[in-house]
Ligand binder design. Structure first.
Ligand SMILES: Nc1ncnc2c1ncn2[C@@H]1O[C@H](COP(=O)(O)OP(=O)(O)OP(=O)(O)O)[C@@H](O)[C@H]1O
Ligand SMILES: [Mg+2]
Length: 247
């Protein structure tokens, strides 16, 4: 059984069909990719899977349980984390503090989450483990606004990891990064791979093809192809729609 499944999702905005019969399955511990041209419906699909939009038809299943239309906070609590195409960090806070406020344990305590994280060795340890996983251990005290762009993206992934998710959705993690930043991010994702289930929307084919176990191609709101990177490279549809450029 897949950890997470979408079955025959349909979504319209007014009379505009944005998702049509989209079925996807993400296996536990695997890295799945989603690619497709601008406006294909990829982010909208994430928005349906994470509860931001309710589909007009179809179902979303987490570990076999129907979670269709549940609110985003509830889906997050069930172990589904996401990063956004646009970044959402607390700029004035340090790297440590950005992770500290994202920990469910500090949030649950309500009052002064950052002070609590500094004062409680168990929480400090938790934050440090996450910074380690995100490759940010050496930057704990830097203010988020002082981070280079690539490190900001890593911090955003760290914030998502703070909820100890079973499944992590990343929407275009390499956007805006140069080749060094991409290589570093690829290293980070490769390290995370296998420790949780990951789904990545990405335009950078080289990045995605080198990391993904399976890729689905979305075009005009439909899944037009899916397979391993090797299968997709050989798929005439993918080549014909100019999505298979690897260089
Ligand atoms: N809230 C909304 N209301 C109306 N139309 C929307 C809404 N959100 C998305 N759309 C439309 O749905 C279509 C799919 O958009 P989406 O953002 O999912 O594409 P995408 O595949 O993520 O593209 P990109 O690669 O550029 O990020 C677009 O035509 C977009 O304008
Ligand atoms: Mg998008």
């Amino acid at each position: 059984m897949a950890l997470f499944e979408a079955r025959e999702l349909h979504l319209r905005f007014g009379d505009r069909v944005v998702l049509e019969n989209v079925s996807l399955a993400f296996k536990a511990g695997k890295l799945s990719g989603i690619m497709g041209p601008n406006g294909a419906g990829k982010t909208t699909c994430f928005n349906v899977l994470t509860g931001r939009y309710k589909p007009n038809r179809g179902r979303v299943l987490l570990e076999g349980h129907d979670i269709t239309g549940r609110p985003p906070q509830e889906i997050a609590r069930l172990g589904v984390a996401r990063s956004f195409q646009l970044m959402t960090l607390f700029d004035e806070f340090s790297v440590f503090e950005n992770i500290a406020v994202a920990l469910p344990a500090t949030r649950a305590r309500g009052y002064d989450p950052i002070g609590q994280a500094y004062a409680d060795p168990a929480l400090t340890w938790d934050v440090q483990q996450i910074l380690e996983s995100a490759g940010l251990a050496g930057r704990a005290d830097d203010p988020a606004k002082a981070l280079p762009y690539g490190a900001r993206r890593a911090l955003e992934i760290g914030v998502a990891l703070a909820c100890k998710p079973k499944l992590l959705f990343l929407d275009e993690p390499t956007a805006g990064l140069g080749s060094d930043g991409r290589a570093r991010l690829a290293d980070l994702v490769r390290k995370l791979k296998g420790t949780l289930t990951i789904v990545i929307i990405e335009h950078d084919m080289e990045f995605l093809f080198s990391l993904a176990d399976e890729i689905s191609v979305i075009h005009w709101g439909q899944v037009i192809a899916r397979g391993t990177p090797a299968e997709l490279k050989a798929n005439p549809w993918v080549g014909a729609s100019n999505l298979g450029r690897l260089n």
